[in-house]
Design a protein. Structure first.
Length: 199
């Protein structure tokens, strides 16, 4: 032996598969998938790989939905400022409209994401159009996977700049990244098929 490792075609296949999987789903999950796939029955291995595609599809759909919501909210904000509309909602009405709990809206308020008005000594909340808009943006970004600190920064920027183009651009960048991850997963899929068949 000369001290050098010799890599077979099996090793090279595993290395190539790992490289693409790491781009698609991250290095930790890629190692786990590569460890499990050769040991699983064929149907379970295929189901595992299909689930990876499903996660990326859902991530893309969430980002697209949030982007559409932000575009709609931006357009409505222009209309609201022009009309001077003064519609308000109660916390229960807004929670129902967004499909969240009232406790979620209270948490968002405590986190500085939404700024309702207090109208009585009992701290009854009233949500004017600006607060409704903040809540809708927060809900859209949460659905897209944004963490609370990231949303807090986004809301600060929106309040300072009175526009939401940056979050829209950030979501587009996320969509583009998901597309690259999906391509990497598709490339890895060819090699995973070989690993399953030879397993």
């Amino acid at each position: 032996m000369n001290g050098y490792r010799e890599f077979s075609s099996v090793h090279l296949l595993a290395l190539r598969t790992y490289r693409n999987l790491a781009v698609a789903i991250g290095p930790v999950e890629a190692r786990d998938v590569l460890r499990r796939v050769p040991t699983l029955p064929t149907d379970e291995a295929v189901a595992l790989i299909s689930s990876l595609h499903g996660k990326l599809v859902r991530a893309r759909e969430d980002a697209l939905e949030a982007q559409r919501a932000l575009l709609s909210i931006r357009d409505e904000a222009v209309y609201d400022s022009e009309t001077g509309a003064a519609d308000t909602m109660t916390i229960a009405e807004l929670a129902t409209a967004l499909g969240v709990r009232t406790s979620t809206l209270r948490f968002w308020e405590q986190a500085g994401l939404v700024s309702p008005e207090r109208v009585t000594s009992r701290s009854v909340r009233r949500y004017p159009l600006s607060a409704i808009r903040e809540a809708r943006i927060t809900a859209a970004l949460r659905a897209a996977g944004y963490r609370i600190p990231d949303i807090r920064k986004t809301m600060h920027d929106i309040r300072e700049l009175h526009e939401i183009d940056d979050p829209i651009a950030a979501l587009q960048a996320r969509i583009d990244v998901i597309a690259q991850r999906t391509l990497a997963l598709l490339t890895a899929g060819t090699d995973l098929t070989e690993i399953i068949r030879n397993g």
